[in-house]
Design a protein around this ligand. Sequence first.
Ligand code: NAD
Ligand code: UD1
Length: 350
Amino acid sequence: MSILVTGGTGFIGSHTVVQLLEKGYDVVIVDNLVNSKKLVLNRIQQISGKMPKFYEVDCCDEEKFRKVFEAEKITDVIHFAGLKSVAESVQKPDLYFSNNVGSSKVLMKLMKEFGVKNLVFSSSATVYGVPDHVPLKETDNVGGCTNPYGQTKLDIEYLLKDFSKENPDMNIAILRYFNPIGAHPSGLIGEDPQGIPNNLMPYITQVAVGKRDHLNVYGNDYKTVDGTGVRDYIHVVDLARGHLCALKKLEQKPGLVVYNLGTGKGTSVLELVSAFEKANFIHIPYVICDRRPGDVDENYADSSLAYEEMGFKTQLTIFDACRDSWNWQSNNPNGYDEGDSNEGVCSKSK
Ligand code: NAD
Ligand code: UD1
């Protein structure tokens, strides 16, 4: 009886796999390593004391993916696999639709074929488009996505809703993440962006480690507390725990449910910079630049439904996230690229 975790060697997936293993679940990871490294498996083992099963398979490849379902006794799926760069999605919309929507369609087909009833899906606050108010509730309007990446998330949500109607015995939790930051407190796993980071926290940590001169702050004329953009930053360890809460919720056979996973609190760019400086005693030089196209003033969650219906509440603070992000970055200045050569590659992986 195993939990299938697609995209399980990625940033959020690896943190979730650690918690699943620590809670005694058997875990099977499927990942094509397009945006992660096999070395993550060793790190997961170092933290949890257990090595998850691993298949290097593309979820769009129906035949190979079917073999995983044939080989393993899967009861539940957490579907993280997907491409997530907003900028790249604008350059390559077809790739984003075929990979993100395509892999989800194959997954739904195989779950039906093999009678697997429980699915947790990684959606995003990006489905709310340009919000006209905050905090955002699950019942608020979705749509008006400002980029193809966001549109793939919304398309998958609609597909899941149709799938749920056609298959009323399926239990599906759509989780809309706000802004995940932080890293495991061990410093062994964390976010490993390729090239220049698009997102704020990895950019800050790369300034701190000396890879970038300064942070570009995209605009200080927003209608916010200090003019800089406000977001709901959730520690990845809290976010990962949200997936375990969702699995428990699915045991109650709720049909399809949708939850925001956020802290319910907004933090501005300059507030995050200041928290990072205080947590780590490192100065972060910054320059105010033009707004980034597609950015909104404020975006934060009403997180009450996840608490009421599945008991999920964040426990870690922005300060914890700043400390843990820096611990990860300073221990791994080049992410997983310079993992200890003695670590080798996990021997049990398939
Ligand atoms: P990530 O890139 O670190 O992890 C995604 C993993 O999926 C990677 O290991 C990648 O190799 C794998 N993958 C991609 N396409 C695949 C395919 N076709 N078959 C098999 N594996 C594939 O990203 P993350 O930050 O861990 O995000 C996980 C999920 O959460 C994604 O679906 C992402 O869109 C969603 N999400 C992320 C954020 C964020 O800010 N990180 C916010 C909202 C939603
Ligand atoms: C971005 C994506 C969103 C995606 C999310 C998680 C855009 C428009 N939105 O959200 O679709 O779901 O990442 O991957 O790309 N900032 C700076 N300087 C930087 C980087 C960011 O000032 O170098 C500011 C931004 O203007 C924003 C805040 O920091 O106000 C957070 O930015 P970011 O981390 O990129 O997240 P989002 O824009 O919320």
